[in-house]
Design a protein. Sequence first.
Length: 235
Amino acid sequence: MNALRRSACGGCQLDLQGERLVARVSGALWLPETRTLAAGDLHLEKGSAFGARGQLLPPYDTAATLDRLLAEVEALTPERLVLMGDSFHDRGAVGRLDQVAVARLEGLSQRLHLVWLSGNHDPEPPEGLAGETVDQIRIGSLILTHEPSPDPVEGEVAGHLHPVATVRGYGTRVRRRCFLTDGRRMILPAFGAYAGGLNVTDPAFRGLFAEATTALIMGDDRVHAMPVARLTVGV
């Protein structure tokens, strides 16, 4: 794949089908030429969904996720924000948003072009919230969609699988979210505070990439690139 370059923000710069991208430490993807910010799988209101089933989690995931998303918007001042599907954990999640969260999402729609991609958890437009809802969006030579196609597709940027990498070192193992790419297509990490993850060595990733894949692993202050072949099999 094309050479990776360190960004001033600690992210990784790369070219994908001729488009310049920055994999951000936050887990968001920045397309500077079109001033587009993309984030995958927010799963807003996952905590309240679990709480309704008696599995109590602190009900702060939506606020924490929106904090991080708004910080990226403030840092980059994008003209377009693409939320890559599964922005809400279930069909009733929008109705469980508190007034503060609704106001924050409405504020985003007033300052930029907000695009909701349909996901398997939220196939319908978010009722009562502004923004454009589409199945996929083409930006230059890239196609942004929620679920990756089962065969290698050049220029596809997707989410859905929540890739994570397990790195072994100094007698311990560290599990971190990551981007996954072979220089032809990319899968984004989940952005949501409570979204889980699937190890990049899982069979679900086999066949998706035409070439050897690289994990762009989210560290505390920078993104670390590592070939998937060197990563530890784990949960």
